[in-house]
Design a binder for this molecule. Structure first.
Ligand code: ATP
Ligand code: MG
Length: 583
């Protein structure tokens, strides 16, 4: 039995560390993780990777995972984002229980720790301007220069720091810095800033503070205060780990969590940076954070992507220590896999053309049985109405078809899904434009249900809706937001990721005809329109009895092809190897 069949998770280096730590009783055998978003934007699929990992490990090892808002920069943070993040984490299927925290709840403690550092002569108040601090910092090849304020007495530092807090100085006039080593090889250790002055009210603490701690100081202390055992963060913090440890060592805290870095998720055809996503929203490129084309959790939810597909995707990509870019086709594959299981089938014609069945009696209608999900009999069956006039997809008919076209054409016969065989007898065109207005057919009453008793075969099966029963709806076809696989990288040569927006990322189909069972489809529900893809009822624009559909994903699975080719190549290689070995 494979690991997957046994329900075991594939191993990765973080899981291995945790298992070892439990064995050796490090951290008392406990596993306490946290997901620490900064509430300055909406969560995206990259955050989902971190969420699935942090909450996943907590669940797997009987520990717990905290949701902590890293809200130490009041200029960019808002309550709207806090609420959205909570909703998204819950929707993904995780629960922090009573462990909801805010770094801002620790502002008093951080302040005490900062004074402690000063008293230990490990921090000083510096009057250099931000530009001067940068200039004094040195480079990777040159050591930095010590600040002229570095040797202030403890008393003077304490006095100045208290006056910073009291609001005596303007923004940028002074900072508190750790006193470490201006010649350190790691630039983060060259007397980093610990506190800065910002006369900006905070969304939770109001006007109480005009000094705010820097990320590196606040983060390790928040982890320590909460008793975190494993502090998982993305690779860019690897160089910050010595500082993380330095603060905790100097302050001799009781709990010293272990920082472990992993590679961020990058996806082809996708931007995963809140700063850039904000730009798309602010410049009106998309219709908000939850535009179905956005890689945000809320956009994906509105698009109809099930949370299980996202969790599954995150499990499959695994956790590594090396940067890589994941093919977005894998995400789409996981979405199809989940929806194939979970979405009922229906029929909808996106670009309709009318078909009149000449030998079907006028004024008659009948109900035909259709299967709701061939993957799962428990979905049952439904009745779809049939009558003399139907709509089919315009692209399912060709007047002058090439050889390999197996759908409807003059003189050719196709199967109408769940209904009858029909044969085309002619077309009626618009006199002026030449556009096909109507297709004329005959049907074979003996083929009811879609099978011919005489064993006659047809090559094509097409979907349809009964013209008098179908209803008119708007359907939006979404595609990738960018038409370049690496919009970020491609933008490096002087351009911007905005140069790679896909002009066809949204196509609105205004005259779709859908089967009547969809009339009362509930917002958020996803269906498979047979042969056309998966479609979700939009939660903003649908009204009762008049749903608007968003395409979640098409049916064409490019990832399955990639995997198949890969397996074939592997097979060829091992066959070659075996042959070589035999020789
Ligand atoms: P962005 O670069 O989009 O602004 P961020 O890292 O600033 O993201 P935070 O709110 O600080 O966003 O992130 C919260 C957590 O999510 C952090 O632990 C961070 O490492 C993780 N995270 C963010 N982006 C990704 C990603 N692409 N892949 C994996 N984890 C991520
Ligand atoms: Mg961040």
């Amino acid at each position: 039995m494979s690991k997957k069949e046994k329900g075991e998770k594939p191993s990765n280096f973080i899981r291995n560390i945790i298992i070892e730590d439990i064995k050796s009783n490090r951290h008392g055998g406990k596993v306490i993780t946290r997901f620490p978003p900064e509430p300055n934007g909406y969560l995206h699929i990259g955050h989902a990777k971190s969420i699935v990992m942090n909450f996943g490990f907590a669940l797997e090892f009987n520990g717990r995972c905290h949701l902590r808002f890293d809200d130490t920069n009041p200029t960019k943070e808002e309550q709207e984002y806090v609420d959205a993040i909570k909703e998204d984490v819950h929707w993904l299927g995780y629960d922090w229980g009573e462990h909801l925290y805010y770094a801002s709840d620790y502002f008093d403690k951080f302040y005490e720790y900062a004074e402690k550092l000063i008293i230990m002569d490990k921090a000083f108040v510096c009057d250099l301007s931000p530009e001067e601090i940068r200039a004094y910092r040195g480079t990777l090849t040159e050591p930095g220069k010590e600040s002229p304020y570095r040797n202030r007495t403890v008393e003077e530092n304490l006095d100045l720091f208290r006056r910073m807090r009291a609001g005596e100085f303007k923004d940028g006039e002074r900072v508190l810095r750790a006193k470490i080593d201006m010649a350190a090889g790691n630039l983060n250790m060259r007397d980093p800033v610990v506190y800065r002055i910002m006369h900006v009210p905070h969304h939770r603490t109001g006007d109480k503070w005009c000094i705010y701690p820097m990320y590196d100081f606040a983060h390790c202390l928040s982890d320590s205060i909460e008793g975190i055992t494993h502090s998982l963060c993305s690779l860019e913090f690897e160089d910050h780990r010595p500082l993380y440890d330095w603060f905790l060592d100097q302050l001799q805290v009781e709990c010293h969590p272990q920082q472990i870095e992993f590679a961020r998720l990058n996806l082809t055809y996708t931007i995963l940076s809140k700063r850039k996503l904000i730009r798309l929203v602010e410049e009106g490129v998309v219709a908000g954070w939850d535009d179905p084309r956005m890689p945000t959790i809320s956009g994906m939810r509105r698009r109809g992507i099930p949370p299980a597909a996202i969790r599954n995707f995150c499990e499959r990509i695994g956790v590594a220590k090396k940067e890589s870019v994941v093919d977005v086709a894998l995400l789409e594959h996981c979405i199809r896999e989940e929806l194939n299981r979970a979405a009922p089938r229906v029929m909808g014609v996106l670009d309709p053309v009318k078909v009149v069945i000449e030998n079907y009696p006028e004024g008659v209608e009948e109900e035909l049985e259709a299967i709701n999900n061939p993957e799962d009999p428990s979905f049952g069956i439904r009745n779809v109405p049939f009558s003399r006039e139907i709509f089919i997809e315009r692209s399912d008919f060709m007047e002058d078809p090439p050889k390999k076209f197996f759908r409807l054409a003059p003189g050719r016969e196709v199967r109408l899904r769940y209904a009858y065989f029909i044969k085309c007898t002619g077309v009626i065109k618009d006199q002026e434009t030449g556009e096909i207005k109507e297709i004329r057919c005959t049907y074979d009453p003996a083929t009811r249900g879609g099978d011919s008793p005489d064993g006659r075969k047809v090559r094509g099966t097409i979907h349809w809706v009964s013209a008098s029963h179908a209803f008119h709806a708007k359907v939006r076809l979404y595609d990738r937001l960018f038409d370049h696989p690496y919009p970020d990288r491609a933008a490096k040569n002087g351009g911007s990721f905005m140069d790679f927006l896909n002009p066809n990322s949204l196509k609105t189909m205004g005259s779709c005809m859908l089967e009547p069972s969809l009339k009362d489809a509930q917002p958020g529900k996803v269906y498979q329109f047979e042969r056309m893809g998966y479609f979700c009822v939009d939660k903003h624009d649908s009204t009762s009895g008049s749903p608007v559909f968003n395409r979640t994903v098409t049916l064409r699975d490019t990832w399955a092809k990639i995997e198949k080719r890969f397996r074939q190549q592997q097979g060829q290689k091992s066959r070659k190897k075996r042959r070589r070995n035999r020789k």
